[in-house]
Design a protein around this ligand. Structure first.
Ligand SMILES: [Cu+2]
Length: 187
């Protein structure tokens, strides 16, 4: 997505920076919160350069049925203190290794009723299907929001950077309470 961003108002105008209400679970009622105020300064020339052609994203997975080679289930478990947040029924899941150059197609299955923004470290991925329905990837992502009970299929090809890598829910209290996994990239 390419955006042109202002401000387009005159000097002295005030623009609120807000988070808009979004219901990410039944547990919390969404609120509109103002985080800051932008005051428009004196008019200045733009430094932006617009590319002649928009970026082209070559699909990693050809059209047709998708075969995934891994399932990552995002779950939860009640505890005395609140919740454990889980990957494949474990906190801080130790996932299987992946090979450099080998196409990865992962089914991310949200077993809970709330959203989890899934974030992968180190490798950009394409969203190839949502709830089993193919989508044409239009961008390289490092995070995809998975709504309650949704299944999102992603694809990436690990390049030659062996070592331990991580994925996690980007709601940091979920990450801290276990909704993360490590996996090794091997040659
Ligand atoms: Cu989460």
């Amino acid at each position: 997505m390419e955006l042109a961003v202002g401000p387009f108002d005159d000097e002295g105008a005030e623009i609120a920076i807000e988070s808009l209400p979004y219901r990410r679970s039944w547990m919390r009622w969404p609120r509109r919160v103002q985080w800051g105020t932008l005051r428009v300064g004196r008019r200045a020339p733009s430094f932006a350069k617009v590319p002649d052609e928009p970026a082209v994203v070559e699909p990693l997975v050809p059209a047709g049925p998708v075969m995934s080679n891994r399932v990552v289930r995002l779950g939860a478990r009640m505890t005395f203190h609140g919740h454990d947040w889980l990957i494949n029924d474990e906190t801080h899941h130790h996932d299987a290794p992946v090979k450099v150059g080998e196409l990865q197609v992962w089914d991310l299955v949200n077993e809970t009723g709330m959203d989890h923004p899934f974030h992968l470290h180190g490798f950009f991925f394409q969203v190839v299907a949502v709830n089993g329905v193919r989508v044409t990837p239009s961008a390289w992502e490092d995070t995809v929001n998975i709504t309650g009970k949704q299944r999102v299929t992603i694809a990436f090809r690990p390049d030659d950077r062996p070592g331990m890598w991580m994925y996690h829910c980007h709601i940091l209290e979920h990450h801290a309470a276990g909704m993360m996994g490590h996996f090794e990239v091997v040659r």
